[in-house]
Each structure stands twice: as C-alpha cells, then as structure tokens.
Design a protein around this ligand. Structure first.
Ligand code: SAH
Ligand code: SF4
Length: 440
C-alpha cells in the first residue's frame, strides 16, 4: 500500500512513543490496552492508514480521525532503480518537504562498507570463512584487486573478481541462511548545514530537522514497499536482516533528540540498535552525549582527512572541533569488546589520498581499535574535486591494512541513479526519477 487517503498535515500517530500513545488513549478516554494495540499496528504491522488498524473498533478509528489523527508515514512519491538493484526514493513529508532514502539489497557484498559488524558476519556468510577469521584477528586484507575495479566503476555493478557477489547484488530475493539482507540508508534532516565541500547535500543548506516519526517512517515506508517481514513470530517464515545506516541527507548529530527517539522507535519495529550505524561529521558535544546513552547504535566518524589543515579545507566544521577533540570525545564511548571505532574516509583525488596521508592516518589511529571504510568520492555537479586514481585507492587501502587497521573500500551503490554517498540532493527535475505509479 503506497498511498493513503490521509489528509496532509494531520496529527501523525507514527512517531509517537508507547508512553505518548498511552497519554493519547487516556486523553480520549480509551482503555490503556488501546494504546498497546495502536503501537502494535504502527510499529509491528506497519499499517499505512487508520482503516488498517483493525484491532481498534471502527468508532475508535473514526474518533481518532475526527480528532485530526492519521498514521502519517512519509509518502514515497518517486523512485529510481539502479542497475545494481539499489533503489532511491523521494519521500514527501506532511508539510511538502522531501528527503531521499536508499534501499540497498544484498548487503554491501565484498566491500562490507555499511559500517557495521555485518561486515564480519557477511565475510562468513557468503562463504569467505578465511576472510572472517582474518577479520577477527584484525588482519583482514580485503579484496585488494577489487579496489581497482571499483574505482574504475562508472556506476555499473562491477565487483571485479567476485562473480558471486555480483549475482547476489542483482538478486533482491537472495537469502543467506534463511535471511534476506538489505541496508537502508536514511536521512535525518532536510538538507544539511555542515557544508562539507565535497558533498552535494551541503549545497541545499539545512531547511529543517526531521521528526523522529519522519526518520523511522522512512524505514517503515521502504520495508512496506519491499514487503519485508521482520522478526521470528508466528507466520514469519523468512525473517529479514535489515541494517540501517544514518548516512542519507543531514547531520544526525545536529538533530540529536529526534535521532535517538527514532532509534527507540526502530527498535520497537524489531531492528536492534546493533544493526544501526549513525554517521557523523563530528559534532563533539553530541558524541559526548551519545557516549552516555544506554541504548547506543554503532557510530562512524567521517574523518575524511589525515590532519586538521586538510580537514579544515574539506570540512570547515573542523574549525569548531578539531581532530584531537573528536578523538577525545570518541574515547569517552564505552565500546564493547567486539566493537570497533569506525572511521569513514572519502578519498578525494590528489587531496587526501597519497601515501603520506595514509601514514598520517595510521599515526592518528595508533592505539585505537579502529577500522576504516574508504569511500571513493562520488562526483556531483558544481563540486570541484576529482576522483582518486584506482592505483592510489589500492595503495592507500594496502598501507592501512599493513599498518594493522582493518580497512574496507566501499563499493559505490546506485551511482547511475545518483543514490551513492553524497549524491542525495532532491534534484527531482534533472534526474532520472520514475513516477511511483510506473515503478517496478
Ligand atoms: N552527515 C553525516 C552522514 C551523512 S554523509 C556525515 O557526514 O557523516 C555519509 C557519508 O558520505 C559521510 O562519511 C560523508 O563523508 C560521505 N560523503 C559525502 N559526500 C560524498 C561524496 N560526494 N562521495 C563519497 N562520499 C561522500
Ligand atoms: Fe552534511 Fe554529511 Fe554532507 Fe557533510 S557529508 S554536508 S555532514 S551530509
């Protein structure tokens, strides 16, 4: 069910925490268990309209509607599908603002770039037991030959040496050990205020924060479209393994309260926080708050430079909090035994991708249980960087690995539909988006 007949701007039920639903039930003079039924319908069944809340009597549904309430999921208005199976959606919020959400079926394949420990599991699950063992020992070298292939990739699915991974990507329905796996990349703000020089989203500036319901609602809308069932309850034959990355539009740590509320709602939808990765450009006070959270998703820091001088150029936010301050804040997080601190590193040709830069990165990360996700920069209109040379990517990757840092080069997903990292910009008019009605 894609569209609902809900009035725009109605009070959204989706996004209300269980205790808020209880308060609502009370205010409407309904028994407490009605709140439990509403929560179940919203977050377990993921209904898209009040009429689907069939556990509630019709008069209660009518009452809710009369009071101005609706489910209020973001509306998926347009979609584009990549040759690699990635789908990009334009999601419209009640006030007409739009953000983008990306569905990446089949996990991240060889490059395991989603920033989660799924990397390790995946190495095992797809049959690379040796890779997995190496990874555990922190000696994983990664498929170096692939770095060449992917850096030469022009948006097609080229996995270099891995025919297996290629097949997997093209088959959405791939099941591994009974699991269907996918990663959903979600937005946290409309636009972004951080102004990283290499990122297309930055060009928008920030228009507003998303609410918790709008953040978690992107996930519900995508899962509904993909008919994904989560959990292992009765009637669920194929529980799905869904990873979430907060790596779409916006800086999640500049919308901290809504982000954390969304994390709790998403847990209520059956996705554990261990399968969520929040990526931040480095908002130091939020990192310190995050360190104190009892429920904590994984965290990735977008390092993107080997020293403050280069980072100030590519990420002006560094003037506010430098690398040392960020590493210190990261140090306050009580990481578990098996947890790594993940650093994202966008390789910008000639800027931060040289051997001396790799050596500096190793110096920075010395003594930390760190892993690095390298991302080959994705071009965008009006951005004056160039892509790194494939051989520079490979050398950089190898140097980090040889320096003892588990390193993965992320395979760009959906470049042909502008769905890859840093390419999300709501440019509806100019890009090959397909009206939802005619989408596959
Ligand atoms: N605002 C958060 C999360 C969204 S950006 C952050 O910056 O971390 C997610 C990732 O995409 C970040 O690591 C960012 O550095 C990277 N990125 C941005 N623009 C990119 C581009 N054009 N090519 C490749 N990666 C990019
Ligand atoms: Fe914002 Fe992240 Fe893009 Fe920087 S990279 S402008 S923080 S979305």
């Amino acid at each position: 069910m894609m569209e609902t007949s809900e009035p725009a701007g109605a009070g959204a039920l989706f996004g209300m925490a269980p205790e808020e639903l209880r308060a609502l039930a009370e205010a409407l003079g309904l028994p407490r268990y009605r709140a439990t039924q509403m929560a179940d319908a919203l977050y377990r069944q993921r209904v898209s309209g009040l009429e689907q809340m069939t556990t509630l009597p019709a008069e209660v549904r009518e009452r809710l509607a009369a009071e101005g309430y609706a489910v209020g999921l973001p509306e998926m208005v347009q979609t584009a599908r990549s040759v690699d199976g990635t789908e990009r959606y334009l999601m419209r919020m009640a006030d007409g603002e739009t953000v983008e959400t990306v569905w990446m079926p089949g996990g991240d394949g060889g490059e395991r770039g989603d920033g989660s420990e799924a990397a390790e599991e995946e190495a095992g699950e797809v049959g690379d037991a040796e890779d997995a063992a190496e990874w555990k020992k922190g000696k994983y070298r990664g498929p170096l030959t692939r770095a060449y292939a992917l850096a030469q990739d022009d948006g097609k699915d080229s996995d270099g040496d891995s025919g297996r991974a290629r097949g997997a990507v093209q088959n959405d329905e791939r099941k591994e050990g009974g699991y269907k796996r996918a990663t959903i990349c979600i937005s946290s703000q409309v636009g972004c205020a951080v102004n990283c020089q290499f990122c297309l989203t930055a060009k928008l500036g920030v228009r507003r924060n998303l609410t918790a319901g709008e953040i978690a609602g992107q996930v519900a809308a995508v899962l509904n479209r993909q008919k994904v069932r989560i959990g292992s309850g009765k009637g669920v034959e194929t529980p799905s393994r869904i990873n979430l990355v907060f790596m779409g539009m916006g800086e999640p740590f500049l919308n901290y309260d809504a982000l954390m509320k969304a994390v709790h709602l998403l847990r209520g939808m059956g996705i554990p926080e261990s399968r969520m990765t929040v990526s931040t450009s480095g908002i130091e006070p939020s990192i310190r708050r995050f360190a104190l959270e009892p429920v904590r998703p994984k965290l990735a820091l977008s390092l993107n430079a080997p020293n403050d001088a280069i980072r100030r150029e590519v990420m002006p936010v560094t003037k506010k909090w430098n690398i040392a301050a960020l590493l210190e804040a990261l140090g306050t997080i009580p990481f578990g035994k098996r947890e790594y601190v993940t650093f994202e590193y966008v390789l910008l040709g000639g800027v931060n991708d040289q051997p001396e830069h790799a050596r500096e990165v190793l110096d920075l990360l010395r003594g930390m249980k760190a892993k690095v996700n390298l991302i080959v920069w994705n071009p965008g209109p009006g951005i004056a960087y160039r892509q790194p040379k494939p051989e520079d990517v490979a050398v950089f990757h190898r140097m980090l690995v040889e320096g003892g840092v588990p390193t993965f080069t992320r395979r760009p997903r959906g470049r042909d539909i502008y769905a890859a990292c840093g390419q999300l910009k709501r440019t509806v008019e100019t890009e090959p988006l397909v009206e939802i009605a005619s989408a596959p």
